[in-house]
Design a protein around this ligand. Sequence first.
Ligand SMILES: Cc1ncc(COP(=O)(O)O)c(C=O)c1O
Length: 407
Amino acid sequence: MVEAYDRLLRQGLLISQPGGAVRASSALHSTEPAAAGDAALPEPAVFALDLHPAGTPIGTLDRRAWGGALREVLRTATEAELASLDRAGLLSLREALVEQLSHSRGVVAVPEQVVVTSGVSDALRGLAPLLAQRGGRVAVEDPGFGLHRATLIGSGLDLVPVHADAGGIDVAGLEAHDDLAAVLVTPAHQMPLGVPLTPARRAALVDWSRRTGAWILEDDYDGELRYDRQGVRSLHGVAPDRVIYLGTTSKVLSPAIRVGWAVVPPELVEEVLAWRLPLGGAPSNLVQAGLAAFLRSGGFDRGVARLRRRCASHRAAIAAALTDALPDLEHVGVEAGLQIALRVPDIEPWRLIMAGLERGVQLFATDDGPDALLLIGYGAIEPAAAPRVAAVVAEIVAAGRASTRPH
Ligand SMILES: Cc1ncc(COP(=O)(O)O)c(C=O)c1O
């Protein structure tokens, strides 16, 4: 236990505070830049089991269909198209995306509003100068996705964490701020809590944005992945004048493709493109054209449908196994996405993270009041393995709980 604890402190995953208290830190949580030079190089981590919801490879890309789309492009695309230096990305892809996003996510836009990116993180980097010119303060969900926080901090922006709970970001917490350039939210599926933003808060968020002029950055990273209930439509669909919509292939196809998109209100298009470099930011034209062909052929929709089926069966298996192994723990955020949160009452999250690391298991936990929410990313857990994984999780919870009791 002590060894793992020391390692977490060395790696900056835990921070010890005056009086002996400890809190979780890490890139996952940080709202402050790490001071250069005060951290040892992190040890490369190899885990026996990775349940971290952000990192789980899902492996559902239909490689044959994707290969077919790329071959078609190599056969048919003109040299002029492949040599395009359009800062917004290939027109053929922007046209295909407008159609796709309109039917799958309720996004209403014209191709001139779409900027092709290398993913949500690239979009955030690309938007940073525009946000800096508006004062540079950006609200983020707390808890939220650490890599995006790091991207914003690395782009020179100041972050304002705003509490998120079972209803998504607490918009009342934004009301105190009228000087923000933007707020970054995950309205369809809060990362990491797994819940949608409530209708009342969606409306309040748009009102706040209209009143203060702050832009809403909608990270719709896995909006297609809902299982039991009707899909939550994008916020962009209800407030296209206030929302910069950000999407990605990373969840529904593969993080290896590195293509995403930003849908920008018309008044911002010129400014966004002015900051965008014609080379070096966007994914290769070959890949862009391949994605356009993949969308046109229906390969994307078929991939999403396959992923939904696969994840629904993974989810059913892991939920049942967790109920068997830990019958007293509530499941949170199970309707969507690729993770289940287990509510573990009255425990600090770092105790669970540490108990996991001691067993070679990477997982993520965050606090929700006095409780911890322990996140189980199940994208890569085959149903047959679910009981074994649940047994490991039960062991981690038991160890975390035991560590809270005096010896
Ligand atoms: C909340 C969230 N947004 C976006 C992404 C994808 O980012 P990118 O498109 O840069 O791969 C992820 C991936 O894990 C995520 O968890």
